[in-house]
Design a protein around this ligand. Structure first.
Ligand SMILES: [Zn+2]
Length: 206
């Protein structure tokens, strides 16, 4: 289970999940393009119509190692209490979509919906090759709608050396804040990286 960086570092990993707001997904993709900041996206295939339109823009960033894609299930249903076969199907369907759309595997990175998991879920997902269960130790708090001030307060609190930062491409609040977030990262001399860079994992793992 992974909460933060494995050793003292100025690195941070920005991890952005779900993606049910078309404007916010587009905004994050544009932010990645213009800033060069590494981002790990963990989209749900349930929102494929939104993500697929950005596949051509994301593929070169993925090939350059600036963007990485993790697995967050297809449906975003809570895994606790579900049958093993249902858990496997939900993750494998998402993996197949990621393979086809972005040209890479999401293994070994798995972020459980709502962060809900237990030892049994971890064993089931490890059986599929998802041996890194991705939690977080900082959050933009934007799984609900926040004001810009609230979101920036959380950014200032949590964007610290070694943080795995959780955000969501679900609400538009962040769209007006990208420049402030980038400025904060620069001022604090933080080094944004993908999970592959932070943990020395590889897209060749398959
Ligand atoms: Zn989520």
């Amino acid at each position: 289970m992974v909460f933060g960086a494995p050793a003292p570092t100025r690195q941070i990993a920005i991890t952005i999940d779900d993606g049910y707001s078309p404007e916010t997904v587009a905004g994050y993709v544009e932010f990645a393009q213009r800033s060069g900041i590494p981002i790990t996206f963990s989209p749900n295939g349930a929102y494929r119509e939104i993500w697929d339109r950005h596949a051509d823009a994301l593929r070169p960033l993925i090939e350059a190692g600036q963007v990485q894609i993790g697995n967050h299930t297809w449906t975003h249903l809570n895994l606790l209490g579900r049958a093993d076969d249902a858990i496997r199907a939900d993750i494998e369907r998402n993996e197949e979509w990621i393979n086809k759309t972005f040209g890479i595997t999401s293994r070994p990175w798995f972020r459980p919906p709502y962060g809900s998991h237990n030892a049994h879920v971890d064993a089931v997902v490890a059986g599929l090759g998802f041996t890194k269960v991705l939690i977080w130790n900082g959050s933009f708090g934007d799984s609900t709608v926040l004001s810009p001030g609230q979101l920036m307060d959380l950014a200032r609190r949590y964007l610290q050396p070694g943080t795995i930062m959780l955000g969501h491409a679900n609400h538009q609040t962040v769209l007006g804040l990208f420049d402030q977030i980038q400025q904060l990262i620069t001022e604090r001399r933080l080094e944004p990286v993908t999970l592959d860079t932070m943990f020395r994992t590889s897209r060749a793992v398959g």
